[in-house]
Design a protein around this ligand. Structure first.
Ligand code: B12
Length: 163
């Protein structure tokens, strides 16, 4: 192995699959978050705007050293865009944390309803500030390491029944 590859492996904190939800064309925050995470020494696979949930799960299922999937949603349609998340997560066996952030429901006045429903769809964490992402990945990864793959498929099956 070349010196540069060894340095990369030591410095690298893993891969993040990033993108914006299926109906959503807002890309400015997405690009800023990708830049921020690369500076934090993550490899970022940025799928960009208007990414179907299945594409997130397909790419995540093949990514090496995956640590999280991050989905942004700004246009207020997170719930509709992520309606199939539990089923697709189960189908592609994606066990890393799924984190969603942005402007998650329609309208200026926000309540917790969208947050509760997104959790029910299988989202592990909902964040406002991108600077919370790195801490959240660390915390959620420790939690998920204590769960076996069996636990995760059980949980996904449960979420599918609930959805
Ligand atoms: C620019 C813009 C557009 C551009 C987008 C251009 C592009 N390709 O990016 C255009 C004109 C295309 C557009 C279209 C629409 N837009 Co627009 N748009 C905006 C605007 C003015 C700025 C967005 C922006 O770039 N902000 C700068 C970035 C840095 O900030 P940000 O996106 O908010 O991201 C921050 C956080 O949200 C967070 N974040 C973002 N993603 C993620 C992801 C994760 C994982 C985490 C943790 C955090 C996080 O971190 C960022 C930095 O703090 C906002 C209003 C505003 N002032 O915010 C409306 C806004 C987002 N748009 C809005 C709407 C409604 C629309 C349209 C539906 C309008 C229409 N009727 O056609 C369409 C939807 C198109 C679509 N299919 O998605 C609404 C959404 C309302 C809601 N959710 O209730 C807003 C809030 C305007 C408003 N006040 O009504 N829009």
């Amino acid at each position: 192995m070349q010196d540069s590859s060894i340095k990369h492996l030591i410095a690298n904190r893993g891969t993040i699959v990033l993108g914006v939800a299926a109906s959503d064309a807002h890309v400015v925050g997405n690009h800023l978050i990708a830049m921020y995470l690369r500076r934090q020494r993550f490899d970022v696979i940025n799928l960009g705007a208007c990414t179907p949930t299945e594409e997130f799960m397909q790419v995540a299922s093949k990514a090496e050293r995956l640590v999280a999937v991050l989905i942004g949603s700004l246009n207020g349609h997170a719930l509709e865009d992520l309606a199939d998340l539990a089923e697709l997560r189960h189908r592609y066996n994606v066990s890393v944390p799924i984190i969603v952030g942005g402007n998650l429901s329609v309208g200026a006045i926000k309540n917790d309803e969208a947050i509760v429903k997104l959790h029910a769809l299988g989202v592990d964490q909902i964040l406002q500030d991108p600077r919370q992402i790195v801490d959240a990945i660390g915390r959620l990864s420790i939690q998920s390491q204590t769960m076996s793959i069996n636990d995760i498929s059980h949980r996904s099956a449960f979420l599918l029944e609930e959805a």
